[in-house]
Design a protein around this ligand. Structure first.
Ligand SMILES: Nc1ncnc2c1ncn2[C@@H]1O[C@H](COP(=O)(O)OP(=O)(O)OP(=O)(O)O)[C@@H](O)[C@H]1O
Length: 191
């Protein structure tokens, strides 16, 4: 479980919340605190008070993949292949294994044709898919997606759901205004 206890930060005040494994959609009006909650659950922001744990440890001690709603902010490397390979390089995985994993994961995500492209020349939706592929490749316990569907067409959102489901990630937190995504979710946090 992701356990949230006595959380207070900006607009957020959550006395107690247990998020089960599976797909959790985080919904709510503009300014309700969706991004704030996602950043706290991924360990990017420490709350003013209260705590979050993921199967026991705090998010900063866990392997978490985070993709912001602004794809330009999370792509750090010039070429797509290098962006997707980056977390494996940081983990000192052998080069041959990195190449194998990047090629397979990109194929599963449907973005093989982008691997040699310069990140700066990608469309908003392509940047989002590259960011998500980079976030899942190192098998995070929690994948956090901040409104990816605002950049993606409905068919690509369907493909993305299948891709993410195939990765067997314990927890996926996805903020969205989409009714159809909320219907697919195992759990909803409505702010
Ligand atoms: N660093 C910050 N300093 C001060 N206020 C902030 C900061 N970040 C967010 N806020 C405020 O906190 C509130 C919640 O912001 P947040 O981005 O979490 O909302 P959201 O639900 O994701 O909104 P949206 O749907 O518009 O993306 C907003 O009123 C926002 O202005």
């Amino acid at each position: 479980m992701i356990e949230i206890t006595d959380l207070r930060h900006g607009v957020l005040s959550i006395p107690s919340l247990s998020i089960p494994p599976g797909l959790t959609v985080v919904s709510g009006k503009n300014g309700a605190g969706k991004t704030t909650l996602l950043k706290i659950c991924s360990g990017i922001v420490l709350p003013d008070s209260g705590s979050v744990s993921i199967d026991g440890p705090s998010p900063r001690l866990q392997n978490v993949g985070y993709v912001s709603e602004f794809p330009d902010r999370h792509l750090l490397f010039p070429i797509v292949f290098e962006e997707i390979a980056s977390s494996l390089r940081f983990a000192k995985i052998p080069q041959a294994r990195i190449e194998e994993k990047v090629l397979q994961t990109a194929e599963d995500a449907g973005i093989t044709h982008l691997l040699k492209r310069e990140c700066r020349t990608l469309s908003g939706g392509e940047k989002m898919l590259v960011g998500i592929t980079a976030a899942v490749i190192h098998d995070p316990i929690l994948l956090v997606l901040d409104e990816p569907d605002s950049h993606l067409d409905p068919e690509t959102v369907e493909d993305l759901c299948s891709f993410i489901s195939s990765r067997h990630i314990s927890y996926v937190m996805w903020s969205s205004h989409s009714v159809s995504l909320r219907q697919k979710a195992d759990f909803e946090v409505r702010l």
